[in-house]
Design a protein around this ligand. Structure first.
Ligand code: HC0
Ligand code: SF4
Length: 579
């Protein structure tokens, strides 16, 4: 252990502790902007400088470790002055228009400047001219070079967690900035659109394309029938955007918000998650029976970030993806066919909006095979959890106290199995529950496959694995979240070091719960695990926990699709990943 004093308080911490963490251990918070534990410890911003007494030195506290006998002052006049100068220099190269900035209120730069009482910047403003918007508004990810503070967090999260290295440093000296790596434009950069760079950006430099104006136009158009679907993971997180603890705001309250915003019908993506299980589970059993080893393992296909990654990084493995569309897209196809017929509405009048925790979903709806209902795109617009929160805020709704309302029928029926899609391991678990039923005719215990969940224990591999017996057949399963982990798993598969029959991959760490479209609160706390727990608790308490017991899914097959993987189901609910 190492003994030191910080602001005259004696502190004892293990060797190797940073000054920043040592201070935190005695409740002294040193402001920092670029720092992300174990990810970005490069002291790029130098806002966390402290003074080491007796040595006459100012050092960044995030990447300097404690030494025996050190005397640290986090608030000496020199430390405060250095911090202020560093902040003002950053602000002099920042477009400080908070009133029109998406991150106002959750921006770490704004908070620290406000906390420090910086009321003006002593240095001349020096913004890159003519480069404000790096690319047009057609790409789902948007970057504003003049909001970038060069903290390098986006570079690190894309590189170390997602293994894609889309971002890099460009230019030199005072003109140093962050840009797409390798002199490419973003559309050529194999970006998975996971959005992790956005959720890890401390400012408004990165954000999703804002589609709220299109949503307002559709919701306010009397000639359109708006049907809205809410993704599983949104329910665990949306209240965070209003300062509520994770999981406090309910999905019933969110349904009410959407009704106030003018939605004609509000449905649940968990309905089509259950439908996905029927299709994907059947496909898995067919592939196992066919014994086609070239196409094993079967990969889940519901995460468009993962699908983009696979197609760009391991194109030769694309055929292993399940052909099942994602629940978002299955919902879209059913919405403009069976539902339109049920509601007695002209399908061409339907405008289908989905509320997703995800940026990649905006691109998924535009893919060539996502118009199988024959009425334009099956899903017309994708709004992230953050965009939805902004729309609710614009209405000045008292979201914390808004009464709950029920989903509309029939696409509002979902089971607990559909809800857990939003957490890593959930798709696999839901699929195994129904695959067991489809092979034996009996339900397993709903928790029989919980081994594939991320329960917080450390896995010896960058992924989790489990083996189950299904009707006398051994099914080896693997679950990975985060594209860096996925890459390692794929390399192991290629080297034939591991063998699986079924693999679930989600691009975002923790699955959609940690999606790139989820709320950010400016605290750097990773929330995916807590949100995942909310989803598993909802499943635990759900009256139905098996996708095949979803009454609306049963009715859909009875009235329209016949059976899973029928000709019509193939046409509407499956896609060609090579198209
Ligand atoms: Fe997900 Fe989904 S679980 S990908 O994270 O499969 O976005 O929440 O909506 O489509 O259901 C996201 C979440 C979904 C889909 C579902 C799947
Ligand atoms: Fe989108 Fe979920 Fe995939 Fe993340 S894990 S890219 S939120 S679908």
């Amino acid at each position: 252990m190492v003994n030191l004093t910080i602001n005259s308080i004696p502190v004892t911490v293990p060797e190797g502790t940073t000054i920043l963490d040592a201070a935190a251990s005695v409740d002294i918070e040193i402001p920092s902007l670029c720092y992300l534990k174990e990810l970005n410890e490069i002291s790029a911003c130098r806002v966390c400088c402290v003074e080491v007494e007796g040595e006459g030195k100012l050092v960044p506290s995030c990447n300097n470790v404690v030494r025996e006998g050190m005397v640290i002052r986090t608030n000496s006049p020199r430390a405060l002055e250095a911090r202020r100068v560093n902040m003002e220099l950053i602000l002099s190269q920042h477009d400080n228009k908070c009133a029109t900035c998406i991150r106002s209120g959750t921006c770490q730069l704004q908070k620290i400047a406000n906390d420090m009482g910086i009321l003006g910047v002593s240095y001349p403003t020096d913004l890159a001219r003519g480069k404000k918007a790096d690319w047009t508004t057609t790409f789902p990810l948007y970057r504003d070079v003049n909001k970038c503070i060069k903290c390098m967090r986006c570079i690190q999260v894309c590189d170390k967690v997602q293994s894609l290295s889309v971002w890099d440093i460009s230019g030199s000296g005072a003109r140093t900035t962050i840009d797409v790596s390798g002199n490419r434009v973003i559309k050529q950069a194999d970006c998975s659109l996971c959005g992790q760079c956005i959720t890890h950006c401390p400012t408004g430099a990165l954000r999703e394309r804002d589609d709220t104006q299109k949503a307002y136009a559709a919701l306010g158009d009397p000639d359109r029938v708006t049907i809205v679907q809410i993704a599983p993971a949104v329910r665990a997180a949306w209240g965070e955007a209003f300062g509520m603890p994770t999981g406090k705001a309910t999905v019933g309250q969110l349904v009410s918000v959407l009704r106030k915003l003018g939605a004609d019908y509000v449905f649940d993506t968990t309905f089509s998650a259950d439908l996905t299980i029927m299709e994907e589970g059947t496909e898995l059993l067919q592939r196992l029976q066919a014994g086609d080893l070239d196409n094993q393992p079967m990969f889940t296909s519901c995460c468009p970030g993962w699908v983009r990654f696979l197609k760009s990084q391991f194109p030769e493995m694309t055929g292993r993806l399940s052909t099942a569309k994602s629940p978002q897209q299955m919902f879209g196809a059913v919405g403009k066919t069976w539902l339109a017929h049920n509601l007695g509405v002209d399908a061409d009048k339907i405008y289908s909006i989905s509320i997703m925790p995800c940026i990649a979903k905006k691109a998924e709806r535009e893919l060539p095979s996502m118009d199988s209902a024959g009425h334009g795109s099956d899903v017309d617009l994708v709004i992230t959890t953050r965009e939805l929160a902004r729309m609710a805020r614009a209405e000045h709704l008292d979201v914390e106290n808004i009464a709950e309302s029920a989903f509309d029928s029939p696409l509002g029926d979902g089971t607990g199995a559909g809800v857990i899609f939003g957490a890593t391991g959930g798709v696999m678990e839901a699929a195994l529950r129904s695959a067991y039923f489809l092979t034996t005719g009996e339900n397993p215990s709903p928790d029989a496959f919980r081994e594939v969940r991320d329960d917080g224990t450390i896995s010896p591999l960058p992924w989790r694995e489990a083996t189950f017996e299904l009707a006398g057949r051994t099914v080896r399963c693997a679950v990975a979240s985060g594209l860096g982990n996925a890459r390692q798993l794929l390399h192991s598969l290629q080297r034939r070091e591991v063998h699986y029959e079924f693999v679930e991959i989600m691009a975002c760490p923790g699955g959609c719960a940690g999606g790139g479209g989820q709320p950010v609160d400016g605290t750097d706390r990773e929330k995916a695990a807590d949100r995942g727990k909310v989803l598993f608790r909802l499943d635990q308490n759900a009256p139905l926990r098996f996708s095949h017991e979803n009454p609306a899914v049963q009715a859909l097959y009875r009235e329209y699709l016949d059976e899973p993987c029928s000709h019509r189901a193939e046409e509407l609910l499956h896609c060609d990943h090579f198209a």
